[in-house]
Design a protein around this ligand. Structure first.
Ligand SMILES: [Zn+2]
Length: 392
């Protein structure tokens, strides 16, 4: 007996055959679709009717060749409907804003970044981000009304219930809900998440963790955080704190952290701290880029400091590897591409994690570099806009 469910699955397979053929061949008549799929004309007509109804395909104004030997009018062609509209991705870091405007397939049409003291100037940063989105739309030649939604990330955990930044970490953002603020400025739906979470999403979708199911993405730049993917899905935790390895205690009497605690891992390994450690030994003013160049050139002091930072991060990751047993640790953020840092992370995981957990995990640099967060923000916007419209 054929069940209703099985019939529907069969129709779904046939609908996919039709959209697949239209994607590869371009506009076609119903007769050509029948020939191309091997389905009957009646079945094709019914399925094409379904797909026009759901908005996946459209009847074009063009007509095909007349039926062979027939005297009737040439048939109408059908084509895949091009999804209209664009989305924006907004990556707000501690010291930068990066904005991308992309079509609904994720193709970036315009991208721009700017340096800014984000932490202490919440409303200024949001004003600037909104202006950059409008600038991106203009660069892409897209009207403002075409913007369907935006994804954004902030470099701090967001409370899952209030969508607000937890107080303390970014003083200029206290009491602000980043998504609401940007929504007000852009007049479209805005979806916000933590930066490391969106970096994880991006590396999972089209970067170093493509195809993996259990991944820890580490973002090491002016701060330190991790995005955790379990079973192919982001794991945010009950209140949105999952992955906050930057505030693991590594010394009770250490430096005071911006979270209010002392001796957090972030105070030992964040980029400004590493630059401050190295600076006295160098004549030129150091930046993250110049430090990475020195690392690539095998500079002994830089290698030592980055390897030590990697070991400190790897020590915390070793515990996470024991707890979560991931298949990959992806190193992202501006420091993520340092070979010395990666070597330090690897050696600490090998030393402190259970041998089975350490043996199962790859430690790899991110493929998207410091673009990962903005790419993740675009992906978030595409996914949420599609859900809002009942597609996907
Ligand atoms: Zn802290």
């Amino acid at each position: 007996m054929v069940t209703v469910g099985a019939l529907e699955r069969l129709r779904e397979t046939h609908r996919r055959a039709i959209t697949g053929l239209l994607a590869s061949e371009g506009p076609m008549s119903r007769a050509d679709l029948a020939r191309g799929t091997g389905l009957s004309r009646t079945t094709i007509s019914s399925l094409v009717g379904d797909l026009i109804g759901t908005g996946h395909i459209v009847e074009t104004a063009d007509r095909g060749r007349p039926h062979k030997g027939g005297s009737g009018r040439p048939p109408h062609l059908v084509a895949l409907s091009t999804p209209h509209g664009v989305v924006a991705g907004v990556d707000i870091g501690h010291g930068h804003i990066r904005v991308a405007v992309a079509d609904r397939a994720g193709l970036v049409l315009a991208e721009e970044s700017a340096s800014l003291d984000v932490d202490t100037h919440g409303t200024d940063a949001l004003d600037r981000a909104a202006r950059m989105v409008r600038g991106g739309l203009a660069t892409a030649g897209v009207d403002r009304t075409e913007l369907l939604g935006a994804g954004m990330c902030v470099p701090a955990p967001l409370d899952r219930r209030s969508a607000r930044i937890r107080t303390g970490i970014m003083p200029g953002w206290r009491h602000l809900s980043p998504a609401d603020e940007l929504r007000r400025r852009l007049d479209v739906a805005v979806f916000a998440d933590n930066d490391a979470n969106l970096g994880a999403l991006a590396e999972l979708g089209g970067g170093a963790a493509r195809g993996a199911a259990d991944v820890v993405y580490v973002k090491l730049a002016s701060g330190l955080g991790a995005g955790i993917v379990l079973g192919g899905r982001l794991h945010r935790g009950t209140s949105g704190i999952a992955g906050e390895i930057g505030h693991v205690q590594v010394g009770e009497d250490g430096l005071v952290c911006r979270c209010g605690n002392r001796g957090c891992l972030e105070t030992v390994v964040a980029a400004p701290r590493l630059l401050a450690l190295l600076q006295p030994a160098y004549d030129e003013e150091l930046s993250v880029d110049s430090v990475l160049e020195l690392d690539a050139a095998d500079d002994a002091g830089v290698r030592r400091v980055l390897d030590d930072a990697g070991r400190a991060v790897g020590r915390a990751l070793a515990d996470l590897c024991n707890g979560l047993n991931p298949e990959a640790v992806v190193l992202g953020g501006s420091l993520g591409r340092s070979a010395s840092l990666a070597a330090g992370v690897r050696s600490a995981i090998d030393r402190y994690a259970q041998p089975d957990a350490a043996g199962a995990v790859r430690v790899v640099p991110g493929e998207l570099g410091d673009r990962a967060e903005v790419v993740g923000a675009v992906s978030l916007a595409i996914a949420r806009v599609a859900v809002g419209q009942g597609v996907g």
